[in-house]
Design a binder for this molecule. Structure first.
Ligand SMILES: Nc1nc2c(c(=O)[nH]1)N[C@H]1C(S)=C(S)[C@@H](COP(=O)(O)O)O[C@H]1N2
Ligand SMILES: [Mo]
Length: 220
């Protein structure tokens, strides 16, 4: 094993051990009986509805950037090529939209949020994440939810590049929270010490958005 490999491994081991000690990633693990697969108040759809603020930005691969900032050891600016060079993962997950539709078994390819976090090394004071997108959309969530095992920065759906209407070239998918947390056209990820409200959260939606607890609105 090269020195390089050893130092990478020990970096990963250190952050994972620390996260485990803090109980991070223990929430948001998807392991439910089939009967509880559909959250309360949801119905299944076979199509995939498009929902957004009505402005679908066109981002060329050449101008695309992803910024990771805030309470991390190594701030990161990724070009499309650098993003593609990160480990690529496959996830098959369900979608639960707060407008009551759910869609099962969506096959995503991209970079798992855990692999991205391993690159930037969150500081111990980092507990929340603010996401900012190319259309100006923002949304917030706990770091433990962002780092859930199934969460992915997706560039492909069902084997084809993610289309622009669904957030291409890259969107976040956090399957165990309502879909408004899954920012399309993601541009910036900022790790924060305290929670701050994003767009829908400022407009009455829940700060966490757990579908199984029906956390649709603030106060739920
Ligand atoms: N950038 C951005 N991301 C967004 C939104 C948005 O308006 N802008 N809408 C959210 C909402 S409310 C939902 S339900 C999902 C919809 O994703 P879809 O259009 O791929 O179904 O995207 C979420 N992510
Ligand atoms: Mo939504």
């Amino acid at each position: 094993m090269s020195d390089d490999q050893t130092s990478t491994d020990s970096k990963l081991t250190t952050s994972k051990r620390r996260w485990a000690a803090e109980g991070k990633f223990l929430t948001g693990r998807i392991s439910r009986p089939e009967a509880e697969r559909l959250p309360p108040g949801q119905h299944l759809v076979k199509n995939w509805p498009v929902l957004d603020l009505g402005q679908q930005p066109m981002i060329s691969i050449d101008s695309w950037r992803l910024e990771v900032r805030g309470l991390i050891e190594s701030p990161l600016d990724l070009t499309w090529a650098a993003f593609q060079a990160l480990d690529q993962s496959l996830k098959v997950t369900d979608i639960h939209c707060v407008t009551t539709w759910s869609r099962y078994d969506n096959k995503w390819k991209g970079v798992s949020t855990r692999d991205l976090l391993d690159q930037v090394m969150p500081k111990p004071e980092a507990h929340y994440v603010m996401l900012t997108s190319y259309d100006g959309y923002t949304t917030n969530l706990p770091l433990a939810d962002f780092a859930a095992e199934d969460a992915i920065l997706a560039t492909s759906w069902e084997g084809v590049p993610l289309t622009r209407d669904h957030g291409g070239p890259m969107r976040l998918v956090v399957p165990h929270l309502y879909f408004w947390k899954s920012a399309k056209w993601l541009r910036r990820i900022e790790l924060l010490p305290v929670d701050a409200a994003g767009f829908w959260e400022q407009n009455g939606y829940n700060m966490r958005g757990d579908p199984w607890r029906e956390q649709r609105y603030s106060g739920d």
